[in-house]
Design a protein around this ligand. Structure first.
Ligand SMILES: Cc1ncc(COP(=O)(O)O)c(C=O)c1O
Length: 473
């Protein structure tokens, strides 16, 4: 990166004007971002090089009304302290804003009771859970809060659903899994082999860490019962065309189970657009507590067999929620979703899921814009370090196919040795296979890779800090 500080963010209209060629090429070349933008003084600036800015700008990566990053960071106690570490371990779990901490605490202080009682604390906690279900429906664009099931985490929920599906399996029925997936969306389905299910795998393209959705046409048969597919890889950040995969699987009569654990923190998830039967995610990956969320259509939640205690409610979603839930975690999940709706401002009052959904969709596109600029600044700079190999898509023209989770290896140090050294210097990144078990096996990478996962609270300064530190190792 050059040393000239200039503006790293801009308005969509101008970005479009420039990148769509409405400004003549010569003028485009001459365009210096700060003179062209005429930004009001209220707009935040990032000190990044003019070359990087122009590249991001021309690729339409920096756009829309920018996030106020100082306001975002001020909400997170763990990152707003002087001398706090740099958190790039976000794909493993994010930090939480004060509002989440407060919601968890308030749940203990004001509504610490089980559900179903006649007294205030019990009535209060039921109110919180109902509101959290509305908020989760907004996050995923589920038609109703009754389509939302809470649980411990994605893995437990998936084993739970797999056990229900197992009851419907006949020997010779087929399940399709992918080599792009975290093992939590593979191992539960492998268990169905005990019922005689045949497992088929969609293979990983090792060049760009993608899967070929077209491969499904040869894998799907009249015996296919379920397709389990990720909406985004926790290793390479790859976003496969889940909409198309679901369509193909549904037309073959198969159920579809989508893992959105990595997708949901970065993009507006839309189960109705996807058309899936199930989708699952985890609140601790999107600034909340350790709680899992399962979406299911009315049809599957009503008709699949359930494993439950007899006096528990017979109807979904409660009939899918085993035992007493993590009430304080659900209260925090509600606050985390409200944070996503207003990451750099006060949450606007909302009554319906749709009102909250509108805020979420808008703010997620602002977060994406910021994350994309961090992601491609990182990718561009990593590619300039000799011996570095990035796993997956690096071409910004393909940014619809990836999110900001970036894994790489280099020839200087092993992944673990690298993250040890980074941790000593206050930069937290992950190393290993991150349970993307078959993914790493397919690439023959026994030691896994180094993973850097910027989210909306990270800054270009932190990316610079990481790059400078890496170069110094
Ligand atoms: C893509 C993906 N799927 C599933 C999981 C498992 O989620 P949980 O810890 O909620 O069981 C993870 C966790 O890292 C993940 O990244």
């Amino acid at each position: 990166m050059g040393s000239t500080p200039t503006y790293g963010i801009c308005f969509q209209k101008l970005a479009l004007k420039v990148s769509s060629g409405l400004l003549p090429a010569r003028k485009r070349r001459l365009l210096t971002v700060h003179t062209a933008l005429r930004l009001p003084s209220t707009v935040r600036f990032y000190p990044i090089s003019i070359v990087t800015t122009r590249k991001l700008f021309e690729r339409r990566i920096i756009a829309v009304q920018p996030l106020n990053i100082d306001a975002v960071r001020a909400k997170f106690p763990a990152i707003s302290q002087p001398g706090s570490p740099v958190f790039f371990d976000n794909p493993g779990g994010t930090q939480v804003p004060q509002s989440v901490i407060q919601a968890v605490t308030q749940c203990y202080v004001r509504t610490c009771a089980n559900v179903g009682g006649a007294f205030n604390t019990s009535v209060g906690v039921v109110h919180t859970i109902n509101r959290a279900r509305l908020a989760a429906a907004a996050l995923l664009n589920a038609p109703n809060p009754t389509n939302i099931v809470f649980g411990n985490n994605m893995t437990s929920l998936t084993f739970h659903v797999a056990r229900a599906v197992a009851d419907t399996i006949q020997p010779g029925d087929e399940i399709i899994v992918t080599d792009l997936d975290h093992d939590a969306n593979v191992a539960p389905w492998l268990d169905l082999q005990a019922q005689g299910a045949v497992i088929k795998r969609m293979s990983l393209n090792s060049n760009d860490c993608t899967i070929d959705i077209g491969e499904l046409t040869s894998l799907l048969t009249s015996r296919t019962r379920l397709l389990a597919i990720t909406a985004a890889s926790n290793a390479s950040g790859t976003i496969p065309d889940v909409n198309r995969a679901v369509k193909l699987a549904k037309s073959a009569g198969a159920l579809t189970y989508v893992d959105a654990v990595q997708f949901a923190p970065h993009r507006a998830t839309d189960v109705q657009q996807m058309g899936c039967d199930f989708l699952v995610c985890s609140a601790y990956k999107f600034f909340g507590p350790h709680v899992g969320i399962l979406y299911g259509t009315d049809e599957v939640l009503n008709n699949l067999p359930r494993h439950k205690v007899r006096p528990a409610p017979a109807l979904p979603p409660s009939s899918w929620e085993t035992g007493t839930q993590n009430h304080e975690g659900i209260a925090g999940t509600l606050a985390a979703i409200e944070h996503i709706a207003a990451p750099d401002a006060e949450v606007k009052p909302w009554n319906t899921s749709q009102e909250l959904r509108n805020q979420i969709v808008e703010s997620m596109s602002r977060m994406q814009s910021h994350e994309d600029s961090l992601c491609y600044t990182l990718i561009d700079a990593l590619q300039e370090i000799s011996g570095v190999r990035i796993l997956g898509i690096t071409d910004p023209a393909r940014r619809q196919e990836r999110l900001s989770t970036v894994s790489f290896v280099w020839d200087r140090l092993s992944p673990r040795a690298t993250t040890n050294k980074l941790a000593e210097r206050g930069i937290y990144c992950w190393s290993g296979n991150y349970y993307a078990y078959q993914f790493m096996k397919s690439l023959g990478m026994d030691e896994g890779a180094i993973r850097v996962g910027p989210v909306h609270y990270n800054t270009l300064n932190e990316i610079d800090q990481l790059l400078e530190t890496l170069k110094s190792l």
